[in-house]
Design a protein around this ligand. Structure first.
Ligand code: CTP
Length: 205
């Protein structure tokens, strides 16, 4: 099967020296690529910000690559907003307090409009509250087959190579809790689940 794996943080330039981004390290993506290759799948890897930097460029790139792939695993941490304008000159610090932001496109939601029958999308959700409700709502809105929901609060974030607590939520709303799982193990599990979903096997419930 052909897997399109998207990982890492996107960046939004402010001026020639500054950008907006997030704490994502891209660890999950690296393990997903390793796990998919170990199962002899073809892997098309988009690693942010190296392959593409901004959310809008990422959307363009994924629209181009998606038709050739059976599975999309969207582990990228996309910046939800960007500066209204990118300054070609360094902005003086006194002026930074008036920096205006505009919302970026929701990439998965946009891609779901051209999702082909049989294609499988898997996404991630970071939530500080109402984990399962919000995660399931994201799964529906973005037309995912499966979503990995993780809790994020100050001093307890899932960024980096560490054991995490997560929930797998499927289209039926069935929830599988995963306690203290490594990202390597989670990656292997997600590749297996993607294989099952791509074969058209319905969830158990
Ligand atoms: N995602 C996306 N496009 C965005 C933001 C997120 O495709 N502009 C994807 C992420 O890669 C992830 C999923 O959508 O697979 C959920 O991301 P998350 O940050 O949890 O949710 P958001 O949709 O950004 O919503 P909010 O920040 O309001 O929780």
């Amino acid at each position: 099967m052909r897997f399109l794996i998207v990982s890492g943080p996107t960046r939004e330039p402010i001026d020639p020296v500054r950008y907006l981004s997030n704490y994502s390290t891209g660890t999950m993506g690296r393990y997903l690529v390793e796990a998919a290759k170990a199962r002899r799948h073809q892997v098309d890897w988009v690693e942010c910000p190296q392959t593409v930097e901004t959310a809008r460029d990422l959307l363009r790139e994924l629209k181009r690559r998606l038709p050739k792939n059976d599975v999309l695993i969207m582990a990228a941490a996309v910046c939800d907003a960007r500066p209204v304008a990118v300054s070609s000159q360094k902005i003086k610090k006194e002026k930074l307090s008036t920096l205006r932001l505009i919302k970026n496109p929701d990439i998965l939601q946009e891609l779901s409009k051209s999702k082909k029958k049989g294609q499988v999308f898997i996404g991630f959700a970071l939530e500080s509250g109402n984990l399962l409700k919000n995660g399931y709502e994201k799964l529906r809105r973005k037309m995912l087959g499966l979503i990995v929901v993780q809790k994020v609060v100050k001093n307890n974030t899932p960024f980096g190579d560490k054991l995490i607590d997560a929930f797998l939520v499927d289209v039926c709303g069935c929830v599988e809790p995963l306690k203290k799982i490594s990202k390597k193990k989670l990656a292997r599990l997600l590749i297996q689940r993607a294989e099952v979903l791509a074969r058209g096997v319905s969830p158990r419930c």
